[in-house]
Design a protein around this ligand. Structure first.
Ligand code: NAD
Length: 372
């Protein structure tokens, strides 16, 4: 018996040059574009904003990786001052995630801390238009109802999930990813692979997402190295962006699993970029995924051209090494004495129990020790 629900309220527009028609998606005439300093400095934000006519366009360009609640509040203040009718998140997951909460806060009172990380207020219904334009091919944030923020006081990074965060429009132009450096291409691309495989093996998996996720994984394995070796290869970049989008659609329905649960402390406490913090445990999780998802994983391995989960894990690890990505926790500065703590924090994230294997202090610690 199959039972599931599927909800994708975001309009998706993908194509080279798609941002030239940004005007079609705007509501009102006060537009706040949120991005990081780099995308502003190289002129990408203003180039995209310049197509808008009859609008007052402001830019908030101070978003840091793994955005803090303080950055959210500063961006929300800018949105309120402008009276934004449309908020655009341009960038990687960091800027897109901030745009989601800012598009709510522009008409709601208070700080993000009132609604998240111990806050007790409930977000009201968002009335401001939200458009997300990804410039990395990784997070899929443009099609999820998730925002991930870091509480600088507690050093805790955790997801905020609410239906108010579904973007109204996901606008994707592969050309925006041509400027990604090799390291970001690798880490964000492997983040997308994690999303796809975590949706696929998830205890909450479902047939629509299985199909989308399997396609995404195939596309990533076929294209990530080409995108890494030749950043302006149009085919590789387009396929990576499409795969990242599809992986986002898949995990937006199922959520993620142990890989993401363990990634949060690896980022906040060891400074690992999100994609690296995720993919470093990917081969180890693949090896144990047959435990409770044997048939599905066998089917996936066959489709991807590998004999079994161990062969797939070996291939993924070799791919990561070929892109100069760390594959041992010690490369991030993790020591044996850190493993109990990482285990405890990882087990504190509810999504870890969506992993298709027993997740308890002994098994999680053993998994981490196997890649130390
Ligand atoms: P990011 O947004 O933090 O950006 C990483 C770096 O890439 C930045 O220095 C940025 O300037 C640079 N960059 C971005 N686009 C570029 C381009 N086209 N050319 C050159 N440089 C570019 O990285 P990310 O991996 O996309 O996002 C990570 C964040 O997203 C984390 O906070 C993570 O937790 C979150 N996340 C959110 C979701 C979701 O569903 N909301 C899903 C996964 C991850």
């Amino acid at each position: 018996m199959v039972e599931f629900s599927y909800c994708m309220p975001s309009k998706i527009v993908l194509g080279t040059g798609s941002t030239k028609k940004l005007q079609d998606h705007i509501v009102g005439n006060k537009v706040l574009m949120i991005c990081d300093p780099f995308l502003y400095k190289i002129g990408t934000a203003e180039k995209i904003g310049s197509v808008l006519t009859g609008c007052e366009v402001a830019y908030f360009h101070e978003i840091e990786p793994n955005p803090s609640c303080e950055s959210v509040d500063a961006a929300a203040a800018a949105a309120r001052e402008l009276g934004a009718t449309t908020v655009i998140g341009l960038g990687g997951g960091s800027s897109m995630d901030v745009s989601k909460i800012v598009s709510c806060l522009v008409t709601m009172e208070g700080s993000i801390y009132d609604y998240y990380s111990g806050g007790t207020k409930k977000l009201g219904h968002r009335t401001t238009r939200l458009i997300c334009i990804p410039t990395t091919a990784g997070t899929g944030s443009e099609v999820t109802n998730v925002g991930v923020f870091t509480n600088r006081n507690t050093h805790i990074k955790m997801p905020f999930v609410t239906d108010e965060f579904w973007p109204d429009v996901a606008l994707l132009d592969p050309e925006l990813t041509y400027s990604l450096p090799q390291g970001v291409t690798a880490s964000t691309g492997m983040d997308a692979f994690c999303h796809a495989i975590e949706a696929y093996w998830n205890k909450a998996s479902q047939p629509i997402c299985d199909a989308i996720a399997a396609d995404a994984m195939e596309m990533i394995l076929e294209n990530i190295k080409n995108a890494y070796d030749n950043g302006s290869d149009p085919v590789a970049r387009e396929h990576m962006q499409l795969a990242s989008l599809m992986a986002g659609v898949a995990f937006s329905q199922t959520r993620t699993t142990g890989i993401h649960a363990l990634s949060f402390p690896l980022t906040t406490e060891f400074g690992a970029p999100h994609g690296i913090a995720c993919s470093i445990t990917l081969p180890a999780f693949i090896r144990i995924s047959g435990e409770q998802a044997a048939d599905k994983m066998a089917k996936l391995c066959k489709r991807l051209g590998y004999a079994d989960v161990n062969a797939l894990a070996d291939a993924v690890e070799a791919l990561m090494v070929s892109m100069k990505m760390p594959v041992r926790l010690s490369e991030l500065g993790v020591k044996e004495s850190d493993l109990d703590h990482l285990t405890e924090v990882g087990l504190g994230a509810a999504i870890i129990h969506l992993t298709p294997a027993e997740m308890n202090p002994t098994t999680v610690r053993a998994l981490l020790a196997s890649i130390l």
